[in-house]
Design a protein. Structure first.
Length: 181
């Protein structure tokens, strides 16, 4: 079971560049949607199964958010290219910068035995909103519908706000912890 759970995480890492190529090339939209849905479901199932069968590991705790970030990066890059969108590029760049910063912050905290950057419920919502945004964009592409794409842009703004809020929270928690020591 442990190998299956890890393979779900690795699936997101391996399928991300394929999804990127499909989005950026503008081909096989239904295949892109199918692969993305499988990737998003793998994010849910690897965590759920690890908790249910008590196979939570430090390796999984580290690899899971990295897999999410890899998928996130490839999706944002693909949509930026497909739509030739400064909006998606800018907001996506800010989201990715936050993700890199928080990864570095978590690494710093781990090396200093500080446990104030554990994944929160709001961070799980953040990932869900990001993935939902990508689903909306894919549906907008499939149905060639500008209104759906506009709704995707709105959800990207919401994802950005939640992403920044969680990043600020982790940063403030770390600073407060450091100020107490």
């Amino acid at each position: 079971m442990r190998n299956f759970i890890n393979s779900l995480t690795f699936f997101r890492i391996l399928v991300a560049p394929i999804i990127f190529l499909l989005i950026a090339s503008g081909n096989n939209h239904l295949l892109t949607l199918f692969l993305f849905i499988l990737a998003a479901l793998s994010d849910f199932w690897d965590g759920y199964l690890a908790r249910k069968y008590q196979f939570e590991t430090v390796f999984g705790e580290i690899l899971d958010p990295i897999a999410d970030k890899i998928l996130l990066a490839f999706m944002l890059l693909g949509f930026t290219i497909y739509f030739n969108s400064i909006y998606i590029g800018l907001f996506g760049g800010i989201i990715l910068a936050r993700e890199f910063f928080i990864s570095a912050l978590r690494d710093f905290n781990s090396k200093n035995n500080i446990s104030v950057t554990k994944v929160t419920f709001l961070a799980k919502i953040k990932t869900s909103v990001q993935f939902f945004t990508f689903l909306i964009y894919l549906l907008g592409i499939i149905f060639d519908n500008g209104l759906i794409i506009l709704i995707g842009n709105l959800f990207l703004l919401i994802a950005l706000i939640i992403t920044l809020q969680t990043g600020i929270k982790y940063t403030v928690n770390t600073i407060n912890f450091l100020n107490k020591t």
